[in-house]
Design a protein around this ligand. Structure first.
Ligand code: SF4
Length: 270
């Protein structure tokens, strides 16, 4: 969440909303202490793969034209570069060589995901748009972010590297990222239909290549719910301020030394 007093706007990212819903304190610390956000070997692999996919989408005309060996080499180099960042948290992923896993993820993207994309779209599409609602301080609430790919048909894509397959129903019913992105497509005229489509292109982080496409649809009622939730969260944040703690939710698996950047100054400090 970011306040812009000049424009009288509050900008919200879907990742920050996601953090808030996992644990409000985690989202507060993300604003108050951004220097703690160091990432992990898992996020480094994800970032490296994203770079390789972006390169492929901008270098070739279709899935069949991808120079596969070149893409694998590109991905390996990008992942190595990301893994050399300082203060990275190492998880059990680093107990085994990472190269075969990176090769497998490239393979699954090229053979199972790239073939289903309408090529000729836009990579790393930055966006900002108003929610249409005001915060309690009178500022307009806006969304901002960068989406991985808007394809030639206007379908929105996000690449995920994951330890296990996604549960499609859970994502359809609850995921906020597709709602934030689809609302952008609707409000900005990229989609004129009543239903917008978003797809997760998931690559499993393992040596056997497994890809998965999870299709999500969104409509106006999803946008109303998202905007209502966002307004309440923003107003609570404004009321509480960021100098003292927000509710701490330690009930999920992400509350751990491995998956929460703030563990050492929060639950881990007790
Ligand atoms: S350590 Fe747990 S309770 Fe504390 S911020 Fe992280 S997720 Fe929340």
């Amino acid at each position: 969440m970011r306040l812009d007093p000049q424009e009288q706007r509050i900008y919200v990212r879907q990742s920050w909303l996601g953090d808030y819903l996992i644990c409000p304190e985690r989202s507060r610390l993300g604003v108050a202490m951004p220097q703690f956000r160091t990432g992990s070997d898992a996020t480094a692999i994800g970032t490296g793969l994203h770079s390789a996919i972006e390169w492929a989408l901008n270098s070739f005309d279709n899935a069949g034209a991808i120079a596969y060996e070149e893409m694998k080499e590109y991905a390996q180099n990008e992942v190595k570069k990301e893994l050399s960042q300082p203060n990275l948290k190492l998880t059990k992923i680093s107990d085994k060589p990472i190269e075969p896993t990176v090769d497998a993820m490239v393979h699954s993207w090229v053979t199972e995901i790239a073939t289903e994309i309408e090529w000729g779209g836009t990579t790393e599409l930055g966006f900002r748009y108003p929610s249409g609602l005001l915060a309690s301080n009178g500022y307009e609430i806006w969304y901002e972010g960068t989406m991985d790919y808007m394809d030639g048909n206007g379908t929105l894509w996000d690449w995920k590297t994951a330890g296990r397959k996604y549960y499609a129903n859970e994502k359809q019913n609850k995921a906020y990222q597709p709602t934030v992105y689809c609302q952008f497509a609707k409000r900005n005229g990229h989609s004129t239909s009543d239903t917008q489509t978003f797809k997760f292109g998931v690559m499993l982080r393992q040596e056997k290549p497994v890809g998965q496409i999870v299709e999500i649809t969104r409509t106006e009622s999803d946008y109303r719910w998202l905007n209502r939730q966002t307004q309440v969260i923003v107003n609570n944040a404004l009321q509480s301020g960021i100098t003292s703690a927000w509710p701490m939710n330690d009930q999920g698996t992400l509350c751990s030394a491995t998956w929460c950047n703030y563990w050492s100054i929060c639950k881990g400090a007790c």
